[in-house]
Write a protein that binds this ligand. Structure first.
Ligand code: PMP
Length: 449
C-alpha cells in the first residue's frame, strides 16, 4: 500500500469519481475512508465518524458482519466465478434466488434475475416490460411513465426515466417515449398543494390525462420509488402508490417498483411496496441485497409476469443479461446477507431508530428556522430540507450547505447532501446512542451557521 501522502496527492489525478467534478477533486481531496466497524468509519487521518449515510443508503448490516464476510471468502475459494448464461449455473445462485424469492413472496414475486447493481436492475425491468407486452401481442406498448424527482440510476434507460435533470441534460438525447409526472412532494409542487393526500389525487389526475393523451396502448410501464430517495427523501401519502397501482391496472400498464433503496427493511417494512400495501409487477433491488459487501442487484418478476414469459414461444427468450448475473461470490453474499437480515430482523430496528431520528429532527426544526421541511417517519430514510427563509422557502445556498456539511463532519458524523436537503440513511443496525450522536452533530452544525 502506498503511503498517506501519495494517496492524498494522487486521489483524483488518475481516479475519476462518480458524481464529482474531475478537475475540482484534484484540488480538494475528499475523505479517504480506510476502515469501518459497525456503523463507524475511520479515515486516513484516524478520525472516526458515524456513517449516517450508510454508504449510499446501502450498508444495511453495517461494516462488521462476519457471517457475510466469511461466506464471501469461502465462496472465493470454492468457486470464484461461473456464469449463468444458457448452459451453466452454480449452486450459490440457485440458493440465493430461492431465498430472494422467498423474501419477496408476500409482494407477489415469483422469479429473480440477478444483475450487478441498481442501474442494471432498473434497465432489466424496463426491458422486460417491453418484452412482456411484445409477447402479449402489444408491441406498440414501448413508452415509460415516471415521477419527477425519481432516481433510477445512470444507464440510458434509467436516466431517461430519472426525474432530476442534473442526471439528464449533459447526456441527451435520451430514450424516446419517456414522460414524467409531478412528484408527490408536498413542500414544493406546481399545484401549491401542501396536503399530501390531495396532492396524490392531483398527480393521479395528471397521470390519467397523460395516459389519455399518449394512448394507453403505447405505454409499457410506470416506474416509481415507494419513498423517493436521491430526490431528497420524498415520502408520498399512503394512498399514492395504491392509486398509481389502480390506474396502471385499469390501463394494462405494468408497475415497476424501484426498491433499490427501500427494499430489505430500510422503510421499516421488508419492501417499500409492502409498506404501502401494493404488489408491483416488477421490482428492481440492489444495495441491501448484500448490504454492499459485494456489488449485486436483481430484477424481481411477479408470478403473473413470469408466467407470460415461461409459457411463451421463442418470444419468451431473454436476450438480456450481464457477465456477472448470478455471480457465485455475489450470490454467496446475497444468501448470507439475507439470512443475517432476517436473523437480526433489521426492519424492526429500522422502524424504531427511524422514529427516533424523525422525532429528533422535528425537535430541531422547532429550534432552527433554517429547517424548512422534515421528511421521514418510515424507517431510516430522513430528509431535512434547509431554507434561507421559511416564508419564501428559498433553498439554502450551496456555500452555506457546504459549511454545514463540514461542521457535521467535524462533529463526528457523515451525512449526504442532496442539494439543499441533508439526507440520513444509516445502517439498519444503528443503535439508539448512535442516533443521538447523529442528532447532536446536526444540532451543533446548525448552531454554527
Ligand atoms: N434506483 C434507485 C432508487 C437508487 O437509489 C439507485 C442508486 N442510488 C439506483 C437505482 C442505481 O443503483 P446503482 O448506483 O447501484 O447503479
Amino acid at each position: 500500500m502506498k503511503d498517506d501522502n501519495f494517496l492524498k496527492e494522487n486521489n483524483a489525478r488518475q481516479l475519476w469519481h462518480p458524481m464529482g467534478h474531475p478537475g475540482q477533486l484534484q484540488a480538494n481531496t475528499p475523505v479517504i475512508v480506510t476502515k469501518a466497524e459497525g456503523s463507524t468509519l475511520e479515515d486516513i487521518d484516524g478520525t472516526r465518524r458515524i456513517d449516517a449515510a450508510g454508504g449510499l443508503w446501502c450498508a444495511n448490516l453495517g461494516y462488521s458482519n462476519d457471517v457475510v464476510k466469511e461466506a464471501i471468502a469461502k465462496q472465493l475459494y470454492d468457486l470464484p466465478y461461473y456464469s449463468a448464461f444458457a448452459g451453466t449455473t452454480n449452486p450459490m445462485a440457485i440458493e440465493a434466488a430461492y431465498m430472494v424469492r422467498d423474501f419477496f413472496a408476500e409482494d407477489g414475486i415469483g422469479r429473480v434475475f440477478f444483475t450487478s447493481g441498481g442501474s442494471d436492475s432498473v434497465e432489466t425491468c424496463l426491458r422486460l416490460a417491453r418484452q412482456y407486452h411484445r409477447i402479449k401481442g402489444a408491441p406498440a406498448r414501448t413508452k415509460f411513465l415516471s415521477l419527477k424527482k425519481g432516481y433510477h440510476g445512470t444507464h440510458f434507460g434509467g436516466a431517461s426515466v430519472n426525474g432530476n435533470n442534473r442526471f439528464r441534460i449533459g447526456y441527451e438525447p435520451l430514450l424516446a417515449g419517456c414522460f414524467h409526472l409531478p412528484s408527490p412532494y408536498s413542500y414544493r409542487n406546481p399545484f401549491d398543494e401542501s396536503d399530501p393526500e390531495k396532492l396524490a389525487q392531483k398527480i393521479a389526475a395528471v397521470m390519467e390525462d397523460e395516459i389519455a393523451f399518449q394512448g394507453a396502448e403505447t405505454i409499457a410501464a410506470f416506474i416509481m420509488e415507494p419513498i423517493l430517495g436521491a430526490g431528497g427523501v420524498i415520502v408520498p401519502h399512503e394512498t399514492f402508490m395504491p392509486l398509481m397501482r389502480e390506474i396502471c391496472d385499469r390501463h394494462g400498464i405494468l408497475m415497476i417498483a424501484d426498491e433499490v433503496i427501500c427494499g430489505f427493511g430500510r422503510t421499516g417494512a421488508w419492501s417499500g411496496s409492502r409498506l404501502w400495501g401494493v404488489k408491483p409487477d416488477l421490482m428492481s433491488v440492489a444495495k441491501g441485497i448484500t448490504s454492499a459487501y459485494f456489488p449485486v442487484g436483481a430484477a424481481l418478476i411477479s408470478e403473473a409476469v413470469a408466467e407470460v414469459f415461461e409459457t411463451a414461444g421463442p418470444d419468451g427468450n431473454i436476450f438480456h443479461g450481464y457477465t456477472y448475473s448470478a455471480h457465485p461470490v455475489g450470490a454467496a453474499a446475497v444468501a448470507a446477507c439475507l439470512s443475517e437480515t432476517l436473523r437480526l430482523d433489521t426492519k424492526t430496528n429500522a422502524a424504531a431508530r427511524g422514529t427516533q431520528m424523525f422525532e429528533g429532527v422535528q425537535a430541531l426544526a422547532a429550534k432552527y428556522d433554517i429547517i424548512g421541511d422534515v421528511r421521514g417517519g418510515h424507517g431510516l430514510m430522513t430528509g431535512v430540507e434547509l431554507v434561507s427563509d421559511r416564508a419564501t422557502k428559498t433553498p439554502l445556498d450551496a456555500e452555506t450547505m457546504g459549511r454545514i456539511n463540514a461542521a457535521i463532519l467535524d462533529s463526528g458524523t457523515m451525512v449526504r447532501m442532496l442539494g439543499n436537503t441533508v439526507a440520513m440513511s444509516p445502517p439498519l443496525v444503528i443503535t439508539e446512542a448512535e442516533v443521538n450522536t447523529i442528532l447532536a452533530s446536526l444540532d451543533t452544525a446548525l448552531a454554527s451557521v
